[in-house]
Design a protein around this ligand. Structure first.
Ligand code: G4P
Length: 527
């Protein structure tokens, strides 16, 4: 197969959802369609249950599971699909945000009963930053959910995206009878507990056909006709370029656990989801068609075995062909490295690969060379843009309990922050080290790993901050003055960038108003 064809058959995406909406279940069904797994139940949920917050073995197990299922590659109808998994637990949301920089599109799962939930909102905000194309799967139609028109309105309003129904449900809960596919003009009937397959799709030339009344009853058939007329009048045909621009999201209704409505979504996905696109770098856009290889690291995973410090860096290939044993240029370190055992992720088994194409994710063994956002090239000196760091939400002071281990602690915290486990800030004019995380569980992981892997014993003291803003200004004097006057609330990040640590929204807004010459950024580019 030619290089161009390899690129054009690749679709790299992630499924995002609020925990429990059905991401794991949907993943499993997609893998079944792709033939990557044979039986249901093969995909382990990567959830950490609430009670396990202090159960470190659980965290360890969790880390093992999530590396195995981090990237799942499967083929479907000639397409090669890379599904990048994202942690379900909100305390690891940062990991999810970064994974979203490595995909070309997302599928958003919404629970029809709960509608838009907190995590849905946050994840969509990240997608909107990059105009990532979104397909919505409204799940659990077999349960008594919200009114479907209300639900669509809620999603549109809350997530600030226009929706385009591709299928339309006939009732929900006990009365759920199936979905009507608006584009294909066929009816897919639902029978609880059984798997829908092609035989269940009834092709219709005309919604007026009395056959429908026979199948779903006159009342529901009339309701369907009314709904479809309304939807068609409002929406017309899907405008694929608006979907690709992240402005319109096609919507499917279904029930993942019953494998209902999933294949309809998958069939549309392979038709319309974007293939690898060009990406911005410090020296201009790089196209997947460029001959020369380039890619970036978006995730680093520590080894499960604490005696071995090697890690796995996840590299997204952006252009050219990645080849085993070939020397590539590590731009930040200005050093050439080759990889003898790169591997691909064919559902749950790791295979050494010879080459990889744009859109693919390669797992690279790393002994400490990489940090999040690093670029590899075939010699060029550019780096990829748009891999931001987001503001943490909980801040704590890192206190060393064992002064004899100061060096180990330094090294450990450096490596853990390289991995993106947490963010490190150092207060100006002092040595106070501040760790910023999204969730409390991350602090427990840090404490545990520093002790296990580096022999460093630490504790954390809560700090009253709620957000970090990165600061820039055209007037360097003004910025300097601000940093001096606000010493208690300013620090530098790991790369030496100044940040303002806000105690509350009120303080933040006051400082923004009082300092018009300083720009407060809510994210920072890694570089
Ligand atoms: P997540 O990865 O988004 O966190 O969700 P997951 O797939 O684990 O699904 C959460 C729960 O919702 C699971 O039940 C799952 O079986 C159920 N579920 C998924 N899709 C549907 C659906 O279409 N209809 C209904 N009624 N339920 C659905 P659980 O009891 O938490 O776990 P399990 O013991 O059943 O695996």
């Amino acid at each position: 197969m030619g290089y161009q064809q390899e690129i054009e058959r690749r679709k790299t995406f992630a499924i995002i959802s609020h925990p429990d909406a059905g991401k794991t279940t949907l993943t499993e069904k997609l893998l079944l369609f792709g033939g990557a797994i044979q039986t249901a139940g093969a995909v382990k949920s990567n959830k950490i249950k609430k009670h396990a917050t202090s159960d470190f073995m659980e965290i360890e197990k969790q880390r093992g599971i999530s590396v195995a299922t981090s990237v799942m590659t499967f083929e479907y109808n000639g397409f090669l699909i890379n599904l990048l998994d994202t942690p379900g637990h909100k305390d690891f949301a940062e990991d999810t945000y970064r994974t979203l920089t490595a995909v070309d599109s997302v599928v958003l799962v919404v629970d029809s009963v709960n509608g838009v939930e907190e995590q849905t909102r946050r994840l969509m905000e990240v997608c909107r930053m990059r105009d990532t194309p979104v397909i919505v799967f409204i799940n659990k139609m077999d349960r008594d959910g919200k009114n479907r028109f209300d639900l669509l309105e809620e999603i549109e309003k809350e997530l600030n995206i226009a929706l385009h129904p591709m299928t339309w449900p006939i009732n929900s809960g006990k009365d759920f009878k199936g979905v009507y596919n608006l584009a294909e003009k066929n009816l897919l009937l639902f029978t609880a507990g059984t798997k829908a397959d092609d035989e269940d799709a009834i092709h219709l030339n005309d919604l007026g056909d009395e056959f429908i009344d026979m199948k779903i009853g006159e009342r529901d058939a009339n309701q369907l006709r009314e709904d479809v007329e309304l939807i068609e009048a409002v929406h017309g045909n899907l405008n694929v370029s608006e979907y690709l621009a992240g402005k319109v999201a096609p919507v499917f209704f279904g029930s993942a656990v019953n494998n209902f409505g999933v294949q309809e979504m998958l069939n549309t996905f392979i038709q319309i989801a974007p293939t690898p696109k060009q990406r911005e770098t410090s020296t201009g856009a790089v196209s997947p068609n460029d001959d020369k290889f380039s890619g970036f690291v978006f995730k680093i995973h520590a080894n499960l075995d604490p005696r071995h410090r090697d890690r796995i860096a996840f590299l997204r290939v952006c252009s050219g062909k990645f080849e085993r044993n070939k020397y590539y240029h590590h731009v930040r370190l200005d050093k050439d490295i080759r990889f003898s055992n790169p591997y691909s992720f064919l559902a749950r088994s790791k295979d050494v690969i010879e080459d990889a194409y744009p859109g693919d994710v390669v797992g690279l063994f790393d002994t400490g060379n990489f940090k999040i956002g690093d670029t590899l090239t075939e010699g060029d000196n550019f780096y990829f843009l748009g891999i931001p760091t987001f503001s943490p939400e909980i801040f704590k002071e890192l206190v060393n309990k064992d002064p004899m281990k100061a060096k180990q602690l330094e090294k450990g915290i450096q490596q853990l922050t390289d991995e993106g486990v947490a963010q490190l800030f150092t207060q100006f004019g002092g040595t106070k080290k501040i760790i910023g995380c999204v969730g409390d569980l991350q602090f427990e992981v840090i404490q545990y790993r520093l002790l296990q892997e580096y022999g460093a014993s630490v504790e954390f003291r809560p700090l009253p901050f709620y957000k970090a803003c990165w600061l820039t200004s055209k007037d360097s004097k003004k910025l300097e003055d601000f940093l001096r006057f606000k010493q208690q609330n300013t620090a530098e990040d790991k790369d030496g960038q100044p940040v303002y640590l806000a105690q509350s929204e009120w303080f933040l807004n006051t400082e923004i108003t009082n300092n018009p010459d300083i720009t407060f950024h809510f994210t920072s580019e890694v570089h």
